[in-house]
Design a binder for this molecule. Structure first.
Ligand code: SF4
Length: 301
């Protein structure tokens, strides 16, 4: 029998408008079972739970950690109870409210269909204040479409160890979101010397100039904490879509908007004039090593 002291923290995972992508992504966490065993799961739609959805929507008990997945729609109901009422009820006594994924953080994909109505828990693109604003200080946004399993794992471990979690102005943990997604990309040298990638899925070239890569403008640690401990989008030749930022989703995710062949959006902190000067110099070099294929099978056979 557990004493009061070693009682596990209680956790509810509740969903708004969602495709379940964050749940699926989180289930790829290394040592998931080990982490989950440290909590009493009161409710998760796909995990063994001690309560059912009827008990959760009846709002008759409290939880320590409330995780919300999906976009907040003020008109949405579960079991005839407004989601906003359910949110407010649990948020009042919870120690932490975690917005899992970009939909819960900023509205994400479902915001696009009704931007004036749908939002994240405390933000949308226009910095509109959401439904649980009274408990804003408790909210931790782990944006990403979908959420990176290790980022949520890290956050839950910090919560368990009662360590302070510092957040940025969008309430994202700074340990996870102070890097740019560009940091650690294996294509950085191509970026510096302005060598484009010719096609998606290739090992060579940078995807910023033509293929829409938003990593130099996106706060995320995808190339620092690799996905499934193996890789990232840019490493396999797919552009970063900037899915951790509040203005996601955008149009034309696979192409770079340009003015007179110059990318419209500059890397964070780089003035356009400086960029043009540097780009002009870099383009005058022709570095043989960065031309052609990284691995030339014709030469190796
Ligand atoms: S592909 Fe994207 S992340 Fe990689 S170096 Fe180019 S801009 Fe940076």
């Amino acid at each position: 029998m557990h004493s009061k002291q070693d009682k596990k923290p209680t956790l509810i995972w509740f969903q708004g408008l969602t495709c379940n992508g964050n749940t699926h992504s989180f289930f790829n966490l290394h040592n998931l079972e080990n982490l989950l065993n440290k909590f009493e799961i009161l409710y998760h739609p796909s995990l063994e739970s001690t309560k059912n959805i009827d008990e959760i929507t009846a709002c008759i008990f409290t939880c320590d950690i409330f995780i919300f997945e999906g976009t907040y729609d003020p008109l949405m109901k579960r079991n005839d109870v407004l989601v906003s009422e359910i949110l407010n009820y649990y948020a009042k006594d919870a120690n932490y409210i975690i917005a899992a994924g970009t939909c819960a953080s900023f509205g994400g994909m479902f915001k696009a269909s009704a931007p004036e109505r749908n939002s994240g828990l405390i933000f949308n693109e226009a910095d509109h204040e959401g439904p649980i604003i009274k408990y804003k200080h408790k909210v931790i946004n782990i944006s990403g479409c979908p959420i990176h399993p290790e980022w949520l794992g890290y956050t839950l471990n910090m919560v368990l160890s009662k360590k302070e979690l510092e957040v940025d102005k969008l309430h994202r943990p700074i340990e996870l979101f102070s890097n740019l997604s560009h940091h650690g990309c294996t294509r950085n040298e191509y970026f510096e010397w302005k060598v484009d990638s010719d096609n998606f899925g290739e090992k060579e070239g940078c995807l910023y100039y033509k293929q829409g890569c938003r990593a130099p403008m996106t706060h995320a640690s995808c190339n620092k904490i690799l996905w499934n401990e193996v890789s990232s989008k840019t490493r396999v030749g797919t552009p970063c879509f900037g899915c951790t930022e509040a203005d996601f989703p955008r149009q034309s995710l696979y192409s770079t908007k340009t003015n007179m062949s110059i990318p419209q959006d500059m890397p964070i902190g780089v003035p356009k004039r400086s960029y043009l000067t540097l780009a002009g110099i870099a383009k005058t070099f022709s570095i043989k090593r960065l031309e052609g294929k990284l691995i030339d099978y014709k030469k190796t056979h």
